[in-house]
Ligand binder design. Structure first.
Ligand code: SF4
Ligand code: SF4
Length: 421
């Protein structure tokens, strides 16, 4: 056995905790998860059945942790997992899974397949079977602080530009502010309007906030690739900055997986609770609405729909807040079929967007989103994840659909009362 395969198998063994063992032992092989996964429904290929993507991990569980599996292994009656199999499974675990968790919702015995895929990626990465694109993004995140290689001067340039355009000041490294805002590299480079929109809303609501120059990146490539040590280090950077600035809460921006990483996985990764709260930007905006501190005027007359980012709605529970906010500014809001917790993924989460090899498959899977949109014919799609936004735009272009994709925070800022009176 090669050293890298041994590392991978050992990592698999380490990752098989009580939930994974109970999920494997309770699977009744009903195949219901297949119809919940867009990679399966849009290709019809049985290899994309969610539980099948976990086959090497299942075999290690069986051979190491079950009586009959150990017996069969001892008498040479079962085959050990090989490096060739892991190479074959690399595309199933990384290219055809966005960790969207839709399959976990339909499993009749409650198996959290997305959780298991995360665990399996730990072994795959240890065995040297992670995609090049994701390895590059992870290296940049560790060395530069951003998976896209965005450094502080680039953020500072966007801040200067925003300040000039809006006439507002963007607070950086302000100690004792209520909130510390994180940003994804995609927001900084592709959608810097988000910074101005947030500044405008917070000014109206009288919120004190800041960006940290030492930890502004919200995303976590360590989780996507499956290296917990790196994931923990990236979380620690944010925790150290939030503690240094003594903020009460950290805001996860319009990015799905960033919310999952910092809100739900972070404390487990670093092994201690935070001294601050983590909230998604939509939770902050909805709370301001509830307190009467968010005032809008007028409504968008175009037909709007909302794309629920998987990690924000299904996995994160932020479902009502975007709808409350949209009700403030949309005259003609229409839900897609299967919206909310059962929404279909854009096809590019969970590291798929950093993995160029998966581009063709991702665009094929987008056909599911096309069907959802064809059912309601919206004039524009609103979302709250920059990664979703980019890949919705990409998919719409691929399928010749001319529908703009906009940010919810930016839409709210556009209708702020102070601008209209
Ligand atoms: S839906 Fe659940 S029980 Fe059925 S095959 Fe998938 S993982 Fe197994
Ligand atoms: S988590 Fe989503 S993409 Fe991954 S196997 Fe399940 S349904 Fe498919």
């Amino acid at each position: 056995m090669s050293a890298s395969l041994e590392r991978g198998i050992n990592a698999f063994k380490e990752q098989i905790d009580a939930p994974v063992a109970s999920f494997f032992s309770s699977c009744v092989r009903c195949g219901l998860c297949a119809n919940a996964c867009l990679f399966h429904t849009e290709t019809g290929d049985p290899k994309y059945t969610p539980i099948h993507k976990l086959e090497p991990l299942r075999r290690v569980w069986k051979q190491e942790y079950t009586f009959w599996g150990r017996f069969a292994k001892a008498f040479g009656l079962s085959k050990a997992v090989t490096d060739g199999e892991l190479a074959d499974w690399e595309t199933l675990v990384y290219d055809s899974c966005t960790l969207c968790g839709r399959c976990s919702m339909v499993c009749p015995v409650g198996n959290d397949i997305a959780y298991m895929i995360r665990k399996m990626r730990e072994g795959m990465a240890a065995a040297g079977h992670a995609p090049e694109g994701l390895i590059g993004a992870t290296k940049r995140a560790v060395e530069i602080g951003s998976p896209m290689g965005v450094k502080l001067p680039a953020l500072e340039a966007q801040i200067r530009h925003t300040e000039k355009e809006s006439g507002l000041s963007i607070p950086v490294d302000v100690e004792g502010a209520e909130y510390m805002l994180l940003l994804s590299s995609m927001e900084i480079m592709n959608f810097p309007e988000f910074i101005g929109a947030t500044a405008k809303i917070f000014k109206q609501a009288g919120v004190t906030w800041t960006i940290s120059s030492e930890a502004f990146e919200a995303t976590n490539s360590g989780i996507q690739i499956g290296v917990s040590e790196i994931a923990a280090e990236l979380v620690e950077r944010i925790v150290a900055a939030a503690e240094k600035l003594k903020v009460k809460s950290v805001i996860s921006p319009e990015c799905g997986h960033a919310y999952m990483a910092i809100r739900w996985e972070g404390p487990n990764l670093i092994g201690r609770p935070y001294s601050f709260k983590v909230v998604h930007i939509l939770e902050v905006l909805d709370q301001l609405r509830e307190e009467g501190r968010l005032k809008t005027t007028g409504k968008e007359s175009q037909r709007l729909t909302y794309h629920d980012p998987c990690q924000i709605s299904r996995r994160g529970g932020v479902v009502e807040q975007p709808r409350n906010l949209l009700n403030m500014v949309a005259e003609d809001f229409v839900e897609m079929p299967d919206s909310g917790t059962m929404n279909w993924c854009c096809g590019a989460g969970g590291g798929v967007s950093s993995n160029e090899r998966a581009d063709g498959l991702r665009l094929k899977a987008f056909n599911r989103k096309k069907q959802q949109l064809d059912a309601i014919h919206p004039d524009a799609i609103v979302s709250s994840c920059s990664n979703c936004r980019i890949h919705l735009e990409d998919g719409l272009e691929e399928y010749g659909m001319d529908i703009p994709v906009v940010s919810l925070t930016e839409t709210i800022a556009e209708y702020l009362a102070e601008d209209k009176t």
